[in-house]
Structure formats: structure tokens, C-alpha cells
Write a protein that binds this ligand. Structure first.
Ligand code: THU
Length: 135
């Protein structure tokens, strides 16, 4: 478990994994969890929520971002995405743009496999030259 995870990020993994269990993914059967640590040191987590009208489904990252904004925070310091299998689940293009809205050059994205292996990248590596990213 959590093979390469720094102590300060263990909470992110725990919260993402907990939310992941509640994912509503009856169409893809691909359960994803996401957790954010914001600028106020508050955590926010969510899971993917699919819909019978497939395009209406929402990614785990989008739910975690919405929870962060609803709580009054506007900055992602760390975001962790928990994959349902042993491959990293990297945010889709749409979620990268959603993360960009609340990220800066220091924002870190942690990708966690089911077995707890972690790959950490800077957000700017995931979406270079992001539209609207001026931080
Ligand atoms: N999904 C996420 O929630 N986050 C990602 O980073 C990639 C994909 C969801 C969307 C859909 O419910 C399912 O995984 C399969 O694509």
C-alpha cells in the first residue's frame, strides 16, 4: 500500500479510495476516486458519477473540484486520482482544463494505482500551454 507516498499525502489516498468505493459507474464499471488538498489545507473528495445518458457522466476530478469550490476554496495544491486497477488513471483532457482553472505552476498531480503505487507530476506537465493558465 502507498509504496511511494509521502506522509502528507496519505490522507489524499485514503479519501480518494473511500470515495472511489461509492462511484456510480454501472456503464463502464471503471471506479475512480479523486481527492484534493486546497490552499486552506482542507480536503475534498469525490468519485465518478455516470448516467444512462452517457455524455452526462461526470469524472471523479470534476466532483472533487466542485466540492472544493462549494466549500469556499479556489486553489488546488495537490490532487490525487485513484485508479481502479494497476495502471495509472491520468485525468482526461476535459478534467485537465478543469484542474487548470484552479491550479498554479506548483500544483502536483498524484496518480495512484489500486496497489498504492504513486506517480507524481506537476500539473503543467499534464497540460502545457493550457488555455487561460496565467499563474
Ligand atoms: N473517469 C474519471 O472519473 N476520471 C478520469 O481521470 C478518467 C475517467 C471516469 C469517467 C467514466 O465514468 C469512467 O471513468 C470511464 O471512462
Amino acid at each position: 500500500m502507498a509504496l511511494d507516498l509521502k506522509p502528507e499525502h496519505k490522507t489524499l489516498l485514503a479519501l480518494a479510495t473511500k470515495a472511489q468505493k461509492n462511484a456510480h459507474a454501472p456503464y463502464s464499471n471503471f471506479f475512480v476516486g479523486a481527492a484534493i488538498l486546497d490552499e486552506k489545507a482542507q480536503h475534498h473528495a469525490s468519485c465518478n458519477v455516470e448516467n444512462a445518458a452517457y455524455p452526462l457522466g461526470q469524472c471523479a476530478e470534476a466532483g472533487a473540484i466542485a466540492a472544493m469550490v462549494a466549500s469556499g476554496s479556489k486553489h488546488i495544491k495537490h490532487i490525487l486520482i485513484a485508479s481502479p486497477n494497476d495502471e495509472f488513471c491520468s485525468p482526461c483532457g476535459g478534467c485537465r482544463q478543469k484542474i487548470a482553472e484552479f491550479a498554479d505552476a506548483q500544483t502536483e498531480v498524484h496518480l495512484a494505482t489500486k496497489e498504492g503505487k504513486i506517480k507524481t507530476v506537476k500539473f503543467t506537465e499534464l497540460l502545457p500551454l493550457a488555455f487561460g493558465f496565467e499563474k
